[in-house]
Design a protein around this ligand. Sequence first.
Ligand code: AKG
Length: 258
Amino acid sequence: MGSPGFERDGYVLVRGLLDPSEVAFFKQRIQKLTALRDDDFGRRPGRYLRDVITKNEALWPIIFHERLLAHVRGIVGPTARYLQNGDLLAHFGTWNWHRDVPAKMFSDPRRPVVRAAIYLHDFAATGSRLGVIAGSHRPPHRSLADRELRFWNGLSERLYARTLTRGLVPAGLLRQPMWTARKTMIRTSPGDCVIFDAKLLHSGTAITGPTYKMLLSYGPDDEASRAHVEHFRTRTDYLAELPEALRSRLAAHELLFA
Ligand SMILES: O=C(O)CCC(=O)C(=O)O
């Protein structure tokens, strides 16, 4: 169990996790679910659908994808469980450095809660990359990058909240340049997957073409995973209970977090 590279950097890139037929399979299902096709890019708003992988049986195959599970178990350990928050982004670019859970939430860096981000589109055609700051998953989270991020977030909160500047500062102007951090911008091809510690500082990018991404969470059978699930279930766009049919399938694959 465990991976020294992952423990040090907080992420691992798995090239070609999905083969071309699997990429086509999931892309077709996402297009059906979102009613967004390639040529809708730029004409209709993109969509960020939270927990939609949990809610839709059509997407459940990705939860049980064998090669994905082998990588996840290699990092999280044999008790890896599906932790819900299975999100979907279609034609949706983000530029927003963040952690997926609050830095102060407990987790064991040797058996972390992870996010698996799976990309079905090509960097070259869309400009889409995943930015990561290696090592930022490790406590105490007081690095220069953490301080810089707090500065930018504080500044945008103040600018956008003030009546005087509201509406005058275009959204996206303050794109958290993260000057103080060594950023790695990962250029993904269809079928690539980045598995990262939920505490890693990361960001998407602006996009110039149609994109399709799936993100899902796994974690060990421990209190960090419980905190993760409880954290997300307070949101109204997350299911409070897993669908019964999904529970049975997760149990059969030893992925059910009870
Ligand atoms: O757009 C991406 O690739 C990353 C999305 C992301 O970081 C998130 O949804 O938490």
